[in-house]
Design a protein around this ligand. Structure first.
Ligand SMILES: *[C@@H]1O[C@H](CO)[C@@H](O)[C@H](O)[C@H]1NC(C)=O
Ligand SMILES: *[C@@H]1O[C@H](CO)[C@@H](O)[C@H](O)[C@H]1NC(C)=O
Ligand SMILES: *[C@@H]1O[C@H](CO)[C@@H](O)[C@H](O)[C@H]1NC(C)=O
Length: 430
């Protein structure tokens, strides 16, 4: 996976890919001409472009990267253009034009450009591989028409995605390497933190472990800044925010027009069409032989934590495990030890941000999340939105809970990125 020759290159991609939230690592101003790199992170619900720069020299063969600028692509994720692939390419143009002016002209041909697509495209490749190829070739031809060093548009595996998130989180927390006051790099004696990354269509869990990894597909060995890390990672397709919602809906009674959702606050309501529910491989098992895709269902929140937990639990299977320990659905996972935290990007970021800024609760462990979830679920929608307005983060917030479709998607991300703050890291920055 991480051969010695290629790892430095890969690490650039790793860092480039997700260093987006708040790269704040500083380096001395007297260093040589910076190099640039551009990454498009093509998520299931939207695409974001990050322009990075790093000094020409490297510390123990691994680059020190910082964020230069970012851009949120208008519209949905590239997988939403399955019916009209050329539009997927077009949607990227505005951000790429920005990159043309953000990177000095003489560096253009030396600036690598990548696009990494995640679970939205993994699902499209499962249901309609031809459509997924057409989308990728449309974005490829757009990317090639720009003056950069185009290196490819790929669908990342869930394992790559998990590892990128883990490397990025620990990099930003300066657990690998730190720039000291007296002007040199050193390795802090800090343990790394586990990363849980809940996206729109999949969830990744990644952490360093000394325990044996019984399923080789879950093991990744990385060399970073002269140090070796053994990492467990697994990606659960269909366990992202949007797909979990579909799966919950598919278990609801589709022949009633009014369905209640115990996981939403009282007074919150949303309307779905049956095609929204069944047009995904994640709900294939529940899909009726024939149904009217245009049929509409009203779903309203009942704010019942205990019922919600039952609903959610029914999506996870704990029955079979052919290893010494499993998380769920028969997936091997060694026991979690001390340094696991909930670290989060994208969808999860909004949730945690919401709990911290609006509910004013500290989130430092999965248990804190559970307690906060209970408090939120039993509040009514009016109470929750009143709090949200007070907290002044309305847009980011509703996106976080998936309560209002599409609202503030890019907002929360950008907020972290520009300021070099680590709000998403759950109070563990100190
Ligand atoms: C789509 O899925 C197939 C089967 O898993 C895989 O071989 C192929 O590489 C995937 N396509 C892309 C573009 O990743
Ligand atoms: C880089 O490698 C050298 C030699 O292996 C080591 O002494 C130094 O501590 C490393 N630097 C960092 C920041 O890890
Ligand atoms: C569904 O519930 C909403 C809100 O409780 C209500 O206004 C509406 O009349 C209900 N519709 C049906 C068909 O029961």
């Amino acid at each position: 996976w991480a051969g010695h020759i290629t790892y430095a290159v890969r690490i650039h991609l790793l860092l480039l890919l997700r260093a987006g939230l708040c790269a704040s690592l500083s380096f001395s101003l007297s260093r040589p001409v910076p190099q640039y790199g551009i990454v498009l992170d093509a998520g299931s619900s939207h695409t974001a472009m990050f322009v990075y720069k790093w000094p020409a020299d490297k510390e123990n063969d691994t680059g020190i990267v910082s964020q230069h600028s970012m851009c949120d692509v208008e519209g949905g994720g590239i997988s939403s253009y399955a019916e009209n692939p050329p539009a997927a390419g077009k949607s990227l143009k505005q951000c790429l034009d920005q990159a043309v002016s953000d990177v000095p002209k003489e560096r253009h041909p030396l600036t690598p450009l990548y696009l990494g697509a995640t679970a939205g495209m993994r699902l499209l490749n499962l249901t309609d591989p031809q459509a997924s190829d057409r989308v990728l070739s449309a974005v490829t031809s757009t990317l090639k028409s720009f003056p950069f060093d185009f290196r490819g548009a790929k669908i990342l595996s869930g394992e790559d995605e998990g590892v990128f998130g883990w490397v990025t989180a620990n990099y930003l927390l300066e657990n690998f390497i730190k720039y000291g006051w007296i002007g040199q790099w050193f390795r802090p004696k800090k343990p790394t933190l586990g990363a849980m990354d809940l996206g729109g269509a999949s969830t990744q869990i990644t952490f360093e472990t000394q325990k044996p990894i019984e399923d080789p597909r879950n093991e990744v060995t990385l060399r970073l800044y002269g140090q070796t890390y053994k990492v467990y990672t697994h990606s659960f397709l269909c366990y992202g925010r949007d797909q979990i919602l579909r799966r919950m809906l598919s278990k609801a009674d589709g022949y009633k027009t009014n369905v209640s959702n115990p996981c939403w606050p009282k007074g919150y309501q949303r309307n779905f069409k049956l095609q929204d529910v069944y047009d995904s491989p994640c709900t294939a098992a529940e899909k009726p032989d024939s149904y009217d895709p245009q049929r509409s269902i009203d779903m309203s929140g009942s704010g019942d934590t205990a019922q919600c937990r039952l609903h959610v639990d029914s999506l996870f299977s704990f029955t079979s495990c052919s290893f010494t320990s499993c998380s769920f659905d028969g997936v091997f996972q060694p026991g979690l030890s001390g340094n696991f935290i909930v670290s989060a990007f994208s969808a999860f970021f909004y949730t945690v941000d919401f709990i911290q800024t609006v509910m004013k609760r500290r989130v430092a462990s999965p248990d804190d999340l559970n307690t906060a979830a209970e408090a939120i679920c039993s509040a009514s929608w009016t109470e929750v939105s009143a709090l949200a307005r007070e907290g002044g983060t309305g847009a980011g917030v509703s996106g976080g809970w998936g309560l209002r479709e599409g609202a503030g998607q890019g907002h929360g991300r950008g907020k972290g990125a520009g300021q070099g703050e680590m709000q998403w890291c759950l109070g563990l920055c100190d």
